[in-house]
Design a binder for this molecule. Sequence first.
Ligand code: GAR
Length: 200
Amino acid sequence: MKECRLAVFCSGYGSNFQAILDAIRKKKLNASIALMVCDNPSAYALTRAKKDRVPVFLFNPKLFKSRKAYEKILTCVLKSQQTDLVVLAGFMRILTPYFVRTLRDRILNIHPSLLPRFKGAHAIRDAFEAGVKETGVTVHLVTEKVDAGPILLQKKVPVSKTDTLRSLETKIHRAEHRLYPLAVKKYISYNNRTSKLKEK
Ligand code: GAR
């Protein structure tokens, strides 16, 4: 079975990138990280990529006329690296319909809530402030609508009375690090099965 080549997109700390890389190293995932794409020169994710010798494509969105202009470059880079799947791991930019359509059904995102609840950039804080008894983590396929594509996996995280925003963030991140490698694995095995069916 062909190894799935991932492009992991990061903007910040990169702990989900690390969780996926660790799962690959432990042979829990039949994949390789062909590339990290990053839009932030001070992201700690870059230090992780350097340490693990993962090639990086770092770009400055401000140097481009439009989102579509840098996304055109990104699609060329992904093609040249022969990547099979884009894994958004804390990439804090909205993708245009152009990018989503070009890579239809080949972009995953992780979101720190039980979608469809608490969409947007501050999902953990929003859930905490809403006083919910449980929140969670969602991995979904990316479509033109933000935080709204078909859900691959979800994991509930209970909110206890003693939780602070900080402790809830820790619980959510722990759940993410378990869920994302499982979701990528599920995507890959589903894709392998459907491509075999198409070959028949
Ligand atoms: C993660 O909690 C991820 O769910 C969130 O950013 C964090 C990145 O952490 N993404 C979003 O909120 C997307 N809407 P990381 O850089 O340590 O992987």
